[in-house]
Each structure stands twice: as structure tokens, then as C-alpha cells.
Design a protein around this ligand. Structure first.
Ligand SMILES: Nc1ncnc2c1ncn2[C@@H]1O[C@H](COP(=O)(O)OP(=O)(O)OP(=O)(O)O)[C@@H](O)[C@H]1O
Ligand SMILES: [Mg+2]
Length: 455
């Protein structure tokens, strides 16, 4: 017999759990990596924004300063105040640009120094421009213009330095962003492939588990069928054996009853008649001393004959073969048949019945006998009813009582009465209903098809 696994292999379930756990960990790592790369990109963008705004401020500073210088130069040359517009308008923008450059968080101290120097230079240059406007008509204006050019040159070179450094930083930021992007792509590829591999593993494992459970189901099914057919074969064998034993028992009873009735009965009757004859034939004076002994002998012989009758009656229902089932059932309910409370039994028997074969009559008689015996032994009933009727194409025997009742679903081991009833009904292809519950009386109904009865 194949050994059946009681469930799917533990290793496979364990592996599936491990793979799921791995998938969970991989997913979490992927999420964290994506978060990290997104934050790095945002930082890089913020940095780029700051660096571009630095460049813009530097450019704006230089443009406004150069514009103002050209304007002042134009004013000095022409005396036309319209040229002073860039100088007047540029002051505010330059101030804003300087304030913004000072407020910037420059990455190293030298740059902050350069910004300070640049600011001072711009302020100086602005003051020189103001003085040049005032002295626009005087001859010393030329000296100022020379040192002004030097300062402008310094400013240009500071702006250039800061701008170049900032552009370098911008380049570095862009390069590191590219690196970050490349990293992100590599991480995504590796983790994505890992997740795909895990998914594929899970699919394979689930498919294998599915197939295994199918195989297990099929195995269980075939094993069930095998056991079922084994049970059927064994039940049929047991049922055949029970039938054989029931018939053999009845046949043995019948043969024993016949022997007792025919052989022993005639011998006893002959012995009794001989003893009576001897008593009659002996002269009075000869019998007188033996009288008492002879009377006892006759009495003993009568007792033996009545015991024999009772034994025969128990072995073979006396009236069944002679008067039929109805009279035999009636005799079961009468006092003197061993039923000390037979008077309580109500009979409902038909006047006539179709001819029933001897085994059927015997089976119905035995069922009624066992049911009544059970009532006497277990039921403590005050009312008992025994009925027999012909219904449609069936003979129906009912035995009812209002006694203690019992639970028919609970069959007690080593009790054979009800099992015997069930088997006798099965032998005749009939139907048996045992209707009982604790405290609610008992009703046993056996329905035997007439077709079976006539077989
Ligand atoms: N009419 C009844 N009222 C109450 N209990 C009953 C009745 N008939 C059967 N039982 C219960 O059912 C049990 C089984 O009955 P069954 O005839 O199979 O065995 P039994 O009478 O105990 O022994 P035996 O094998 O000698 O017949 C009884 O022990 C009894 O508890
Ligand atoms: Mg019994």
C-alpha cells in the first residue's frame, strides 16, 4: 500500500517562505535606494539653482557697474545728464546683487574673502564715479579715471574668479548628478532583476506546490476508492457470513426441536404409558407398597414432557408452521409464554394474510420476539403495541412502547439483538426504522416487500 503524505512537503513550503521573505527585503532595499537617489537628485538641483543664481548675481553686478561707468563717461564727455540714468538706476541693482552674494553660502573661506574684497572694490568704484560726476568739469577728473580703471579691472578679475569657480562647481554638481543617475540605473537594474528572479522562483514554487497538491488529491482519492471497495467487499463477506449463521442457527434449532419432539417426545410418552399400564395391571395388594413411587415416576415423566415441550417451543415457534404468523404473534403476547407482563400488550393483527414463505414468517416472528424481549428487559413501558399489516406491496410489522427509549445512533458493542433484527430485514431486502430517544419510547418498524417474501 503506498504511504500517503499527510500534507505538502515541508521543505517546499519553507523555501517559498524564504523566497517571499527575500522578496520583501529586496523590495524594501529597492524602495530605500529609490528614495536615496531621489533625495540626491533634489539636493543636486537645489545646489545648481543656488550656483546659477550666484553666477546671475555676479553677471548682473558687472553689467550694471560697466553700464554705470559708460554712462558716467558719456556724461563727462557730453555734459548731458541723460547719460547718468544707468548710474542712478544701477545703484539699487548693484546693492541687491552684493547683498545676495554676501548672503550666499560659499563653499570655502577664500571665496567669502573674494566676495568681501569685491564688495569693497565695488563700493570704492561707486564712490569714485560719484566724485567724477561732481567734478565732471574739473581737470583732476582724469587722475580718478586711471585708478577707477584699475579698480574696475580688479572687480572684473574678482568676478571672473568667482564665476569660474562657480562654473566649476556647477560642472562638478552636474557630473555628480550624472554619476548619481548612473548609480540609480545600475541599482534599479540589479534590484529589478533580483525581484524578477524571485517572482519567477515564486511562480515555479507555486506551480510545483499546485501540482503536488493535485497529485496528493488524486492519491487520496484513489486510496479512498480502494478502501471503499475493500470495505464493500468485507461488508458483503460479513453479511454473507451473518446470513449463513442465521440460517444455520435456525436450521439447527429446527433439527434439535424435531429430534426432541419426535424422538424424545415419543419415548417419553411411551415410558409414561408403560408406567401407567404397569400400575393398572398389577393387583391392588402388590401395588400398594409401590404406589407412592409409581405416582412420583408418573409425575416426573409428566414434568419431563412439559419441559421438553417448552424447550421445543423455544427452539421452534410452536404455532408458526401449524397456524401461521398471526397466531404465532398472538401467542407471543399471551401470559405463560415467559412474558410476566404480557397483559399490557395491545395487538393489532389482520384476520388474513397472504401466504408467506416459512423463512419470511420466521424472520418476522423473530423480529417481534426480540423487540418484545427488549421492551421487557430495558423499556419499563406501561403500554406496548404489536401490529402487523399488509400495506400496498409490503408486509409491515410495528412494535411500539412508551418506555425509557434510547439513542439508536449509539450502538453498544457486544449487543446483538438490534443488529440481528437489522440483518434479518436486510436479508429480505426490506426497510427497518428504529425510532427512539431517551425518555420518548421506542418504535421499531420493519417493512418487507411482498416480492421478496414471495421469492
Ligand atoms: N424498547 C427499548 N427500550 C429501551 N431501550 C432499548 C429498547 N430496545 C433496545 N434498547 C437499548 O438498546 C440496547 C441494544 O439492544 P440489543 O437488543 O441490541 O441488545 P441487548 O438487548 O442489550 O442484548 P442482546 O444482545 O441480548 O439482545 C439495549 O441494551 C438497550 O439499552
Ligand atoms: Mg435484545
Amino acid at each position: 500500500m503506498p504511504r500517503l503524505p499527510s500534507r505538502l512537503p515541508r521543505a517546499s513550503t519553507l523555501l517559498l517562505l524564504v523566497v517571499l521573505l527575500l522578496g520583501f527585503v529586496l523590495g524594501a532595499v529597492w524602495l530605500m535606494a529609490a528614495q536615496h537617489h531621489a533625495e540626491a537628485s533634489r539636493d543636486a538641483l537645489q545646489k545648481l539653482q543656488q550656483q546659477s543664481s550666484r553666477v546671475a548675481h555676479l553677471d548682473s553686478l558687472l553689467v550694471h557697474l560697466l553700464d554705470a561707468e559708460s554712462g558716467v563717461r558719456g556724461f563727462i564727455l557730453t555734459g548731458d545728464p541723460v547719460h547718468l540714468a544707468p548710474y542712478r538706476d544701477g545703484a539699487g541693482d548693484i546693492e541687491i546683487a552684493l547683498a545676495a552674494l554676501r548672503a550666499e553660502r560659499w563653499p570655502d573661506a577664500s571665496q567669502r574673502d573674494t566676495v568681501e574684497q569685491l564688495a569693497r572694490r565695488v563700493e570704492t568704484r561707486w564712490a569714485l564715479l560719484a566724485r567724477a560726476i561732481e567734478r565732471s568739469a574739473s581737470p583732476e577728473a582724469g587722475g580718478d579715471a586711471e585708478s577707477g580703471q584699475q579698480i574696475t579691472q580688479d572687480i572684473r578679475s574678482f568676478v571672473e574668479t568667482l564665476r569660474t569657480q562657480t562654473m566649476d562647481q556647477i560642472n562638478t554638481t552636474i557630473l555628480s548628478s550624472f554619476d548619481n543617475l548612473r548609480d540609480a540605473r545600475r541599482t534599479n537594474t540589479v534590484l529589478g532583476m533580483g525581484v524578477l528572479a524571485l517572482l519567477a522562483t515564486i511562480i515555479v514554487l507555486l506551480y510545483r506546490q499546485d501540482r503536488l497538491s493535485d497529485q496528493l488529491g488524486a492519491l487520496l482519492q484513489s486510496e479512498n476508492e480502494r478502501l471503499q471497495s475493500l470495505v464493500e467487499v468485507r461488508t458483503a463477506a460479513l453479511s454473507n457470513l451473518a446470513t449463513y449463521l442465521t440460517n444455520a442457527r435456525e436450521a439447527e434449532k429446527e433439527s434439535l426441536a424435531r429430534e426432541l419432539h419426535d424422538e424424545l417426545g415419543s419415548l417419553l410418552t411411551a415410558a409414561k404409558m408403560d408406567a401407567a399400564w404397569i400400575v393398572r395391571k398389577l393387583p391392588g395388594e402388590a401395588i400398594a407398597p409401590l404406589r407412592e413411587r409409581f405416582d412420583r415416576l408418573l409425575d416426573t415423566l409428566s414434568q419431563i414432557i412439559s419441559i421438553k415441550r417448552r424447550v421445543v417451543a423455544n427452539l421452534r415457534p410452536p404455532l408458526l408452521s401449524d397456524l401461521g404468523l398471526v397466531e404465532a404473534l398472538r401467542s407471543l403476547a399471551q401470559p405463560g409464554t415467559g412474558e410476566e407482563d404480557g397483559g399490557r400488550i395491545t395487538l393489532d393483527l389482520p384476520d388474513t394474510l397472504p401466504d408467506l414463505p416459512a423463512p419470511v414468517s420466521l424472520a418476522l416472528y423473530r423480529i417481534a420476539q426480540e423487540a418484545l424481549t427488549n421492551i421487557r428487559r430495558h423499556a419499563q413501558a406501561t403500554q406496548v403495541r404489536l401490529s402487523l399489516a399488509e400495506e400496498a406491496d409490503r408486509i409491515v410489522l410495528k412494535v411500539e412502547d412508551n418506555g425509557t427509549g434510547f439513542n439508536p445512533a449509539v450502538r453498544q458493542p457486544m449487543r446483538h439483538g438490534l443488529t440481528g433484527i437489522t440483518h434479518r430485514v436486510q436479508m429480505l431486502a426490506g426497510q427497518l426504522d428504529i425510532d427512539s430517544r431517551p425518555g420518548g419510547g421506542t418504535r421499531i418498524v420493519a417493512r418487507i416487500p411482498l416480492a421478496a417474501a414471495e421469492r
